[in-house]
Design a protein around this ligand. Structure first.
Ligand code: GLU
Length: 436
């Protein structure tokens, strides 16, 4: 006899660990609590719910590296494929001392929802190696990258798992990943990674794509709230690939960038920071330390500064239940992955702050990664103008879809983004059936 396994919203369709004290800092729990809320609102079938709360594959590798001093060091690396029902796994590799398996799992899940929210034919993955790249030579980094790649090579491939840059990795690291994979496969395979140098199959516009995407959705949010772009004041946390480009492009649109920061400190100028000068300064000095065009403030002061838009573009867990009440911005555009803890969500809601959630706000990067993969596979490359036009189309359309869903279901943009992406992933699972 067929049993109706559908659960009512008040049923046990929640994370089994929900009653345990929610650890604000645990990114997997942060992801899961948002996932649970969206799954409940979607009345997701219990079987599918169970499938979607487990990563498909988790790989841990030991990575021996010959250091410059002649001693062997062994690093730990991870690659998590969260879900691949919609296509090859996609997601970056980060090198950082803070990397944990829990974090990589959360980031891989976020990649799954991110690719689905902008409707790319990809699943989600993430990789990480526990290391301090700032304390390593170029040679050590190359050996680390190649040995890590060899360790996870069985999962990689243009049709199975396609890495990209993330925190502390860049084009050069992607070139080593691509070369190592290609050497093992005995022929050149450009489409195995994205975010490569343009000379070897990278896409024009890829480096700026995440920051450009943040600029596009910030403008959409301003328009939705009836605010003018010109003169809008902005604080940007993080001055890497995402923060610096978003700041520069928003400044070009007429916004006033009042505050910027990096790991060495934060700088505030009520009349607006000269972002081009700051980028030039970082090119020369590597960090913002000693930058003079603004008074030095604390990171906490940057987050709670008197601005219209706050753009966290650094690491996870910076907007928490402790500081959320003090945020003055009307819009938060999440350039980083997971900058807001689950505990802070309701506080931002109460303050009626319009949050453009990470899985939508920073999806510009993976969108141009998708363009790069398409170009590599077709062997035909697009102009930067075409890349930027297509990126703008996808970001605007995705913003509009999430906004529509948020109004229809009377939920915030984050929950609407999760609902949109989870329903897309679930739909493909239903069509394919679960091979159980
Ligand atoms: N690391 C970026 C992200 O978190 C890009 C991932 C990709 O392009 O695959 O979205």
């Amino acid at each position: 006899m067929a049993t109706d396994l559908r659960l009512t919203p008040s049923s046990n369709l929640v994370h089994p660990d929900k009653d345990r004290f929610l650890n604000e800092e645990n990114p997997f729990e942060a992801m899961m609590s948002r996932f649970d809320r969206a799954a409940q609102l979607l009345d997701l079938e219990p079987g599918l719910y169970k499938v979607l709360r487990h990563p498909e594959k988790q790989i841990t590798v030991s990575v021996p590296v010959m250091m410059d001093n002649g001693e062997l060091e062994v690093f730990t690396g991870y690659r998590v494929l969260y879900n691949t029902v919609r296509g090859p796994a996609k997601g970056g590799i980060r090198f950082d001392l803070q990397v944990t398996l829990e974090e990589v799992k959360a980031l891989a899940a976020w990649m799954t929802w991110k690719c689905a929210v902008v409707n790319l034919p990809f699943g989600g993955a993430k990789g990480g190696v526990i290391c301090d790249p700032s304390a390593m030579s170029v040679g050590e980094l190359e050996r680390l990258t190649r040995r890590y790649t060899a360790g996870i090579i069985h999962t990689l491939g243009p049709d199975s798992d396609v890495p990209a840059p993330d925190v502390n990795t860049n084009e050069r690291v992607m070139a080593w990943v691509m070369d190592t994979y290609s050497m093992h496969h005995r022929h050149t395979v450009t489409a195995v990674v994205t975010g490569k140098p343009v000379e070897m199959g990278g896409s024009l516009g890829r480096r700026e794509a995440t920051g450009r995407g943040c600029m596009i959705v910030t403008k959409e949010a301003l328009r939705h709230l009836g605010m003018k772009v010109a003169g809008t004041t902005v604080a940007v946390q993080g001055f890497g690939n995402v923060g610096s480009v978003a700041a520069q492009l928003l400044a070009r649109e007429g916004c006033k960038i009042r505050a910027i920061s990096d790991r060495t400190g934060a700088y505030y100028n009520t009349n607006g920071i000269d972002v081009d000068a700051a980028i030039e300064f970082v090119k020369q000095h590597r960090t913002l330390e000693g930058f003079k065009d603004g008074e030095q403030i604390s990171n906490e002061e940057l987050l709670t500064a008197d601005v219209d838009v706050l753009l966290p573009a650094a690491l996870e867990n910076v907007i928490t239940s402790k500081n959320a009440a003090k945020i003055q911005a009307k819009i938060v555009c999440e350039g980083a992955n997971g900058p807001t803890t689950a505990g802070a969500d309701s506080i931002l809601d109460e303050k009626e702050i319009f949050v453009i959630p990470d899985i939508l706000a920073n999806a510009g990067g993976v969108t141009v990664s998708y363009f790069e993969w398409v170009q590599d596979r077709g062997g035909y490359f697009w102009s930067e103008e075409t890349v930027n036009e297509r990126l703008t189309d996808i970001m605007r359309r995705s913003f509009a879809e999430v906004l529509r869903s948020s109004m229809q279901h009377r939920v915030n943009m984050r929950t609407a983004a999760y609902m949109t992406s989870i329903s897309r992933v679930a739909a493909v699972h239903k069509l394919r059936g679960i091979y159980a």
